[in-house]
Every structure is written in structure tokens, then in C-alpha cells.
Write a protein that binds this ligand. Structure first.
Ligand code: AHG
Ligand code: MN
Ligand code: MN
Length: 338
């Protein structure tokens, strides 16, 4: 069969009534911006794109040159098409309304322009994560509060991983699908439709260097995973940590697993490392659509009512039964039985 390019896939989805013309345009534009980011990432040292930008973002993190560049690419690509009312990004303190000189649409776009950017200088895979919401009725100048909708309200979510190949993963609520960038043709080609995450796993991902800061249910859960075959879980587990959430999620979509970034006592002012609106929620939508799960450890991620654009949250995502197992340790602890 002839390969299906993303453009054709989206047009057919529109003809079938699954997406409208504005959402199709939005996805085309995001995919185009991701191609530009992919090319910048791929140039590496030849493109003068590596290293620190010499600036910090609102979260107090040092920005890489590629964080800043990727943010500009996404901003510039999405501003003038008429499909958006506003944008929000990890790299910008507040929501950005579409300038009045451009037509405005009904969607809100949130993104992490470059996830895992601490890996960029060592040539490990990084990615872009995005989430699409509807702009509330009657709002023409969206501000931060208009973005504060639960993950279950997402219209669409996706990520692009810039690895040995560049892969765009997408859901608009009808399964999770993967498109691989054909660099010669310059187009994304459907390479896996209706991805399904195995329900069970023997692989977990966590930054073990934070162990001494974890709270009691986390200590108990990881202790039992590490105990392997002779412990209460009765099987041996393998461990991975790439420090790039996009890459970890991509591995999980491919062969199952559980990824965790729990809350810890390292910095009590932060409820976790990852951000709800443009990291946890889009990944949660993608995983649920692939038969996996995403939880705070104490409930479904997509049900959380956000309180801030850059709010942090504990994250447990991946194979459904293993995420349920991690939740069980938290709930047992809360109910005093562990
Ligand atoms: P970002 O580069 O967008 O700030 O996100 C990095 C995140 C995530 O990709 C990764 O899982 C985690 O931070 C890495 O954390 P450690 O530094 O604790 O390994
Ligand atoms: Mn990130
Ligand atoms: Mn980032």
C-alpha cells in the first residue's frame, strides 16, 4: 500500500468529521515547525545551536540556545495562521494572545518547545510536546486563567521525538498514531497506527539519585520493584533513565514500561519536577488513547483541575497495570495500611 503522509491523513480525518479545518491547519503548522526544530537539532555543533543561551525561564531553569530557538520557531509558525486564539509555553511566563493584526481562531496551544534539553549537548534524543484546548466561548484575549482546563478537555495532544529518526506522535481522541519524518521528501509518513501499550511491564524509569528525598509510599514501591523475583512482586525488573521524558514515553509506547517523577522533599516548594499543562497532560492523553495510563499516584492525571500555567505535578505513566500498582502503594499508605 502507498504510504500515508500526515497531510493526507489529516485531510481524510477532516472528511470523516473527526477534526475540523482549523484543527487540521493547526496540526499541519505544528508539524511544520517540528520539522524546522528537527533540522536545527540535527545540525548540532555545525549550526551554532548547542550550549546555554545565557538566560533563564520563569521556572528558574537555565535556557539552552535550542530552548529559545525552538520556542521562537513554534511561536512564529503559529501566530499568523488564524487557527489560534492564544499560546502558552514552558519558556514564557504568561500566555501569549495572538496579536490583533492577525486573524484569530478558537484554539489554545500549549507547548514544551524542547523537552529533555539538558541532553542536547551530549547528543541524546530530545523532543517537543504540545497540547490543544478550546478557547472558552466569548474570550477574545485569552489570559493564563483561560488555559487552566483539565487534561480531559484536550482536543488534541502530541509530541515529536528528535532521535535517530524524527517521529511525530499524535492523538485527537481516536487512538494514538506515529508518523516518521522522511527527510528526503520532507513529510511525515504514517508508520504505526493505533499504538497499544502492553498492560504489564518489567521495566521502570525513575531518577534513583532522588531516592533519599522520596516519601514513604515511593520508598516502598521501588523497594519492592528492586526486590525482583524473590520479593512481593515475584518478577525481576529492568531500569532505564534517559532524562528526556519524550524519549521515555516513546520507549513506553513502543514496548511498555512505567515512568515516574514523584514529588520529593528536595525542594518542598515544588510538587514534582514535571509540569501539568504541557508535559503531564498531553502525555496522559496520548497514553490513555494507547491503552496506557497516567496518574498523579493518587488519581487520574486528566482529572486534575489546574491552578497555574506552570504548575508542577507528580507523574506516573505507562503500562496500565503497573500504574495501578504504583497508585495502590500510595492509597495503602494514605489509608494507613502500609
Ligand atoms: P525540560 O528539558 O523541558 O525542562 O524537561 C526535562 C524533564 C524531563 O524531560 C525529564 O524526564 C526530567 O526533566 C529529567 O529530570 P532529571 O534532571 O531529574 O533527570
Ligand atoms: Mn520538558
Ligand atoms: Mn523544555
Amino acid at each position: 500500500m502507498k504510504p500515508t503522509a500526515l497531510s493526507r491523513y489529516l485531510i481524510e480525518a477532516q472528511h470523516q468529521g473527526h477534526i475540523n479545518a482549523d484543527l487540521r491547519l493547526l496540526l499541519e503548522v505544528v508539524a511544520r515547525a517540528c520539522k524546522t526544530i528537527s533540522s536545527a537539532v540535527g545540525k548540532g555543533a555545525l549550526g551554532d545551536v548547542l550550549g546555554d543561551a545565557g538566560s533563564g525561564n520563569v521556572q528558574g531553569e537555565a535556557q539552552k540556545k535550542l530552548d529559545v530557538l525552538s520556542n521562537e520557531i513554534l511561536l512564529e509558525a503559529n501566530e499568523w495562521g488564524g487557527h489560534l486564539a492564544g499560546l502558552a509555553s514552558e519558556e514564557m511566563e504568561h500566555a501569549h494572545a495572538i496579536p490583533s493584526s492577525y486573524p484569530r481562531g478558537n484554539y489554545l496551544l500549549l507547548f514544551d518547545p524542547l523537552d529533555g534539553s539538558s541532553n542536547i549537548d551530549v547528543n541524546v534524543s530530545v523532543g517537543t510536546i504540545f497540547s490543544v484546548l478550546r478557547c472558552p466561548d466569548g474570550v477574545t484575549e485569552p489570559r493564563d486563567e483561560h488555559f487552566l482546563q483539565p487534561g480531559s478537555a484536550q482536543v488534541c495532544a502530541g509530541y515529536t521525538v528528535y532521535g535517530p529518526s524524527t517521529i511525530l506522535v499524535l492523538t485527537f481522541g481516536r487512538g494514538t498514531h506515529m508518523f516518521t519524518l522522511d527527510r528526503e521528501q520532507g513529510s511525515f509518513i504514517l508508520t504505526r497506527s493505533d499504538v497499544q501499550v502492553p498492560e504489564d511491564t518489567r521495566e521502570f524509569a525513575i531518577n534513583m539519585s532522588n531516592q533519599r528525598f522520596w516519601q514513604a509510599p515511593m520508598q516502598a514501591y521501588i523497594r519492592d520493584l528492586l526486590a525482583g523475583k524473590t520479593g512481593p512482586r515475584g518478577k525481576d525488573f529492568n531500569m532505564r533513565w534517559i532524562a528526556s521524558m519524550v524519549s521515555e514515553v516513546h520507549r513506553i509506547l513502543t514496548r511498555g514500561g512505567i515512568f515516574m517523577y514523584p514529588t520529593d522533599n528536595k525542594d518542598p516548594s515544588k510538587a514534582g519536577r514535571l509540569r501539568l499543562m504541557y508535559e503531564a497532560n498531553p502525555m496522559g492523553f496520548i497514553l490513555e488513547q494507547a491503552g496506557g495510563a497516567c496518574s498523579t499516584g493518587r488519581g487520574r492525571m486528566l482529572d486534575v483541575m489546574p491552578e497555574g500555567l506552570h504548575q508542577r505535578i507528580p507523574v506516573f505513566l505507562g503500562s496500565r497495570n503497573e500504574v495501578a500498582e504504583a497508585e495502590r502503594y500510595h492509597l495503602n499508605h494514605d489509608h494507613g495500611s502500609a
